[in-house]
Design a protein around this ligand. Structure first.
Ligand SMILES: [Cu+2]
Length: 354
């Protein structure tokens, strides 16, 4: 029904435009074509100037209205650079925008048809062509150069003291993995994915590097002023790790890990004070349309001090022990005290096959 109305309205609009054009044609014939054309030109010239003035007022008004509603200060060191790049781009393109738009509409008004002058025929000028090709080319090369420089920095090698977090997108949510004490993420294999067996990422339990990996959902913890490298992947379709407060984003592609690193500048608590919003949270959004639940892929990022982070991580059990409770030294120890395990070994027994 809705689409019928849209088609009907479009048809009606077309009909009205057609009729107006036809009517003005008749008027032109009645009044004399020349006189009518001159009058139309005058009206057009005035309307173009009015469009310029109203348009510029609109630009100013929108800017004033939305000033305080943007994200605020960037919360990562790379974010500061990205913001600077955007402001330089906006300043440069803004200057060009105002010069070209004012010239365009002002010329249309100033040089409207007049009996007092004749149009000057000026078909070509090599020097002018060169100037307005070379200057924008240089300006754009510099802007693209900035972008490439930051891109290589963000996706390049992380500092030595960086922590590593693996981020995996899925329809519809986020999973995070921390490498544990050994600092290395264990290997995965997609055929091992079995959420019902506490192995949502498909970790290979035979790989000892997996034995201390911590797995969490929906909430990523980071340390303030400590670089973090995200190793990003997906279990199904393409998602995108969007960290607007940090001005970071990167596609999560199944089968092809992507990376980026940055350093959070403020803890969540500091941001609550800075913004004056008691419910402030750093948000992780999916920035890629990935299906009907796309809107619900909201993850939370908590930035805290190293001590708070260590305390949080210490409270988490490695996923290996969640999936293989028999290997849990705590459980074995408990059993030993009641004397049910012969030999009373408190060491975890690692299953190492092929
Ligand atoms: Cu998504």
């Amino acid at each position: 029904m809705q689409s019928f109305f849209i088609v009907a309205i479009l048809g009606l609009g077309f009909l009205i435009t057609f009729q107006i054009a036809k009517a003005s044609e008749y008027v032109a014939v009645l009044r004399g074509i020349e006189k009518a054309r001159k009058q139309t030109n005058k009206v057009n010239a005035f309307m173009l100037l009015a469009f310029l003035v109203i348009g510029l007022i609109g630009v100013f008004y929108c800017n004033e209205r939305l000033k305080g509603k943007i994200l605020g200060e960037a919360a990562s060191d790379h974010g500061v650079l990205i913001d600077r790049m955007l402001y330089i781009t906006i300043a440069l393109t803004g200057i060009v925008f105002f010069i070209t738009q004012i010239a365009l509409f002002w010329f249309a008004f100033k040089y409207q048809e007049s009996d007092k002058r004749k149009a000057y025929y000026y078909p070509h000028n090599n020097k002018l062509e060169l100037i307005w090709t070379v200057i924008p080319a240089i300006a754009l090369t510099i802007l693209v150069g900035f972008g490439l420089f930051y891109w290589f920095k963000i996706t390049g090698r992380e500092p030595k003291d960086a922590m590593i977090v693996e981020v995996t997108g899925k329809q519809f949510g986020w999973e995070f993995r921390y490498p544990g004490k050994d600092g290395v993420l264990g290997k995965k294999y997609y055929r091992n994915i079995a959420p019902d067996k506490n192995n949502s990422l498909g970790q290979i339990w035979e790989d000892p590097y997996n034995h201390d990996d911590i797995w969490v959902e929906q909430e990523m913890h980071l340390v303030v002023n400590r670089p973090v490298k995200l190793i990003i992947g997906s279990k199904d379709v393409i998602h995108d790790v969007g960290l607007a407060h940090f001005r970071m984003k990167m596609d999560a592609v199944p089968g092809t890990p992507t990376t980026m690193w940055f350093t959070p500048k403020f803890t969540t608590k500091q941001m609550i004070e800075k913004t004056g919003k008691a419910n402030f949270t750093y948000e992780l959004s999916c920035d890629q349309m990935c299906g009907k639940g796309h809107y619900s892929m909201r993850g939370v990022v908590i930035v805290e001090t190293q001590e708070e982070f260590d305390a949080w991580l210490a409270g988490k059990k490695p996923q290996y022990l969640v999936a293989n409770p028999d290997e849990d030294p705590a459980a074995v120890k408990k059993d030993t005290t009641i004397g049910s395990v012969p030999g009373g070994t408190a060491k975890p027994q690692m299953k190492m096959s092929n």
